[in-house]
Design a protein around this ligand. Sequence first.
Ligand SMILES: *[C@@H]1O[C@H](CO)[C@@H](O)[C@H](O)[C@H]1NC(C)=O
Ligand SMILES: *[C@@H]1O[C@H](CO)[C@@H](O)[C@H](O)[C@H]1NC(C)=O
Ligand SMILES: *[C@@H]1O[C@H](CO)[C@@H](O)[C@H](O)[C@H]1NC(C)=O
Length: 417
Amino acid sequence: MAGHIGLGRGLVAVLSLVACLSCAAAGGRSGGGEARQRLEVRRHLKRLNKTPVKSITSPDGDIIDCVHVSHQPAFDHPFLKNHTIQMRPTFHPEGLFDENKVTSQRKSPSIAQLWHQNGRCPEDTIPIRRTSRDDVLRASSVKRYGRKKHRSTPNPLSVDPDLLNESGHQHAIAYVEGDKYYGAKATINVWQPRTQQPNEFSLSQLWILGGSFGEDLNSIEAGWQVSPDLYGDNNTRLFTYWTSDAYQATGCYNLLCSGFIQINNAIAMGASIYPISNYDGSQYDINILVWKDPKEGNWWMQFGNGYVLGYWPSFLFSYLADSASMIEWGGEVVNSEPDGEHTSTEMGSGHFPEEGFSKASYFRNIQIVDGSNNLRAPKGIGAFTEQSNCYDVQNGNNGEWGQYFYYGGPGRNSNCP
Ligand SMILES: *[C@@H]1O[C@H](CO)[C@@H](O)[C@H](O)[C@H]1NC(C)=O
Ligand SMILES: *[C@@H]1O[C@H](CO)[C@@H](O)[C@H](O)[C@H]1NC(C)=O
Ligand SMILES: *[C@@H]1O[C@H](CO)[C@@H](O)[C@H](O)[C@H]1NC(C)=O
């Protein structure tokens, strides 16, 4: 079936497209180049968008396809041809701050996805945000669609400060390193930060990292993001990312390449989160837990109160096939320096940490999974930001929120020109 072209062949086709686009740009057969691009886009969409059992139109314009669990993009991967889907993890870590144990008045109402207003996916299917032609055309090339443009993982340990500012990505994060980690958890306040330019984004996530910050970095990432380039709007969306070679040839957002195996029929990767927190008003947050199954070695992800979404098979990774060496939590924006000034793209709520609850964005109850598969408060947590006058981070600790931090900022302001 054409929809099941293997990864290898797909890449070859895409590479030839890139080559031809450059020849068209150089004044070559531009008509042929356009036709060829149309064909490549169509083929790419056919690879990504599997035949649905049912489709749901979300109020934000997304189409959510309910695809049979065994027809999802993961199974285009040659290594997954004979894979038996794990329908549940063999092990689930437990810790201090399980939401059903939190009795505080600040307990958040349950948070969902916008498309739920118009329907649900049946059993044995998974909801997949349908990729449109426009989504692909916004990318610089078919090959780059769904992939990060730059290496952007913050490296707070870098000895070369110049490198930190190199990519135009800015961060305000908390982190731990120096041990073996088997997972991480956080409750993340959800906002809709403003981005100044369509090619900028603002996100809040956790990073599970293995290897050095060289060419071999392994990373599993999950959180929320506003990314006009990726989604065509300014909505706040649930996302994941993975790479096993520092964002070069492997990995992607969400289900936009074969890798993550989803088992859950309620939550769609890349779909809008609803509702969102208001400044000085109602606050909403999401729970994210990523952990390594000690028996099968797969990395599982859970969202909210017990939505086990699925897993990244262990074989996708090198270092993370064993354990993570660093965990980071926090915000990231792209600063494209429009008009030679710092961007006004916001991080978190767009307000500095000093403003505190209901005004600044937070991560609370941040935990790591240790070698005994227990969730614990991280020891020796550090904080890092490139320019605290633009975006800042402040750690704290108390009984109810455990380890937490407020982070974010407005970007351009009188102290951040
Ligand atoms: C899948 O199973 C078939 C038939 O048993 C076998 O020939 C093939 O090598 C297997 N593929 C992988 C990737 O394990
Ligand atoms: C997204 O936000 C930018 C400015 O922040 C605005 O110019 C643009 O119209 C918005 N796009 C949509 C689809 O709402
Ligand atoms: C990044 O660049 C800004 C502006 O040039 C500078 O103020 C800041 O100190 C740099 N940060 C680091 C960590 O080098």
